[in-house]
Design a binder for this molecule. Structure first.
Ligand SMILES: [Zn+2]
Ligand SMILES: [Zn+2]
Length: 482
């Protein structure tokens, strides 16, 4: 165990080190100076961390508190060093203290990544940034499918922490100084924060490797519908892994207040399947429908049939969403088109409902086509399976979150999200827990939902993502035994 001091600048860190060393206190300096270490990116990572062995923690605290700058001031001695103590010496909550010591750099990483959003499976600049930041803290980075992994620790059970890194095809409207520099792309789901927090965890683990367990950090691409998890699993990212944990920022549960963490055993997020198709008739003049075969009434009946199916067939107490989200047909007010197409999504939590949705949509399509005398094309596309948390892992992760954040900041969720997440694929292979952190700050205008062009997050809450993921991973490792 070490004691961690956070400094605001490299100069302060250098002064603090010389003050401590001249008092006989050994110092290990973990610089946050990415500008020095990372020539690829011109990023100013404010915040530098000084680390001393715990046995010297109180002495170091006293020496730094007594120190005054030699600079002469009319109103008395020079200013104290702006160094804050964030290590266990002043706070029994080790995970949170450690997280705070790197939170400043998590924010800097997040802003750097936020400025270069990339969409899909292939994220060359993002992956280069993450690789470089990991190498800078001495981590051995491995390519794994389209993403990266790195391990920390020498022996004991291996537990993974996963972050996704991809952005969305949205034009950013936050007006933030760190806003996207890539037109049409934006980190509107907070994956920049996930990756940044995992980089902060890497920094902590590089400094203080886990003892009695091992950590694997998984940096994944292509979460937003591009199926990023399966190729990483195929490439071995879960080999040897006993359990996995991952969190999501933003506002994914109406049950959470800003700053709160939410957990849910069992099905927490929905299968995100898609359907698409079209009705095919024969075009003609708008004034003479008898000479044409109009596909538009078939499309209209299909849409209504889907909604009445949803309202009458599934058990109404079970979450079940069918949305027709895109329709396309026609070119002018007086031309009957030859074809009318649709696309939509089905969200369910269990295999039985998933099958029911498949059947119901097909029947609605067939029925509408038959009634209108047109042909149909219909396709169901399996999306991500539901996110199903292992109950025992969830209990452990939740207990870890309570110990880190306090009871009032952790909630057991009662209602699942109907959003999808490809974290589901990891949970089909190993037990684990996905959880939500509400990172909104409505009083500062940070209140837009995930995927909104003005989406942003309260960066002062990122220490919670760091601390809970780390504490939960350790708790899962300790529970699995050697
Ligand atoms: Zn998203
Ligand atoms: Zn997301």
């Amino acid at each position: 165990m070490k004691t961690v001091f956070e400094c605001r600048s490299r100069e302060d860190a250098m002064v603090a080190r010389s003050v401590l060393e001249s008092s006989g206190i050994p110092v290990e300096l973990l610089s946050g100076g990415m500008q020095d270490m990372n020539p690829l990116f011109n990023v100013d990572l404010s915040g530098y961390t000084l680390v001393v062995p715990e046995s010297f923690g109180e002495d170091a605290l006293a020496v730094l508190a007594d120190y005054r700058s030699p600079e002469q001031r009319a109103d008395g001695p020079g200013p104290a060093l702006p160094v804050s103590v964030s290590g266990p010496a002043v706070d029994g909550n080790a995970a949170m203290s450690l997280a705070r010591s790197v939170a400043g750099r998590a924010v800097a990483h997040r802003r750097a990544l936020h400025a270069i959003p990339e969409v899909g499976l292939d994220l060359p600049r993002t992956v280069a940034y993450v690789r470089s930041a990991l190498s800078a803290v001495g981590a051995i980075v491995r390519d794994c499918g389209p993403g990266l992994v790195c391990d920390f620790g020498r022996e004991g059970p291996l537990v993974a922490i996963r972050a996704d890194m991809d952005a969305l095809p949205i034009t950013e409207e936050t007006g933030a100084e760190y806003a996207s520099t890539i037109p049409g792309s934006m980190h509107a789901c907070g994956h920049d924060a996930h990756a940044a927090c995992l980089l902060a965890i890497a920094e902590l683990l590089a400094l203080r490797p886990p003892t009695g367990w091992r950590a694997r950090l998984i940096f994944q691409t292509g979460e937003e519908g591009a199926f990023g998890a399966p190729p990483m699993i195929e490439a071995g990212c879960l080999d040897g892994v006993r359990a996995i944990v991952g969190g999501h920022v933003g506002d994914l549960s109406g049950e959470l207040q800003p700053g709160q963490a939410g957990f849910m055993p069992g099905a927490m997020m929905a299968a995100s399947d898609r359907f698409a198709g079209s009705f095919v008739g024969s075009g003609g003049h708008g004034s003479a429908p008898h000479q044409a075969l109009d596909p538009i009434p078939a499309l209209a009946q299909f849409i209504l049939a889907v909604q009445s199916f949803r309202a009458r067939r599934p058990d109404q107490r079970v979450p079940f969403v069918l949305s027709v989200c895109q329709v396309e047909s026609g070119t002018a007010f007086n031309i009957i088109p030859g074809e009318a197409s649709f696309k939509g999504t089905a969200r369910t939590l269990a295999p039985a409902e998933r099958e029911l949705a498949k059947e119901g949509l097909l029947a609605a399509c067939q029925g509408a086509a038959l009634a209108c005398g047109v042909e149909y094309r219909y396709e169901w596309l399996d999306g991500y399976p539901p996110v199903v948390n292992d109950p025992a892992s969830t209990e452990l992760a939740m207990a870890a979150a309570r110990s880190v954040l306090g009871d009032g900041q952790v909630r057991l969720l009662t209602v699942p999200s109907m959003g999808g997440e490809d974290f589901a694929y990891y949970l089909r292979m190993v037990p684990g827990c996905f959880w939500f952190l509400n990172t909104q700050a409505p009083e500062r205008g940070i209140s837009h939902p995930n995927h909104h062009p003005a989406f942003d997050l309260d960066e002062s809450l990122l220490d919670r993502m760091i601390a809970v993921n780390l504490a939960a991973a350790e708790a899962l490792a300790r529970s699995t035994g050697a």
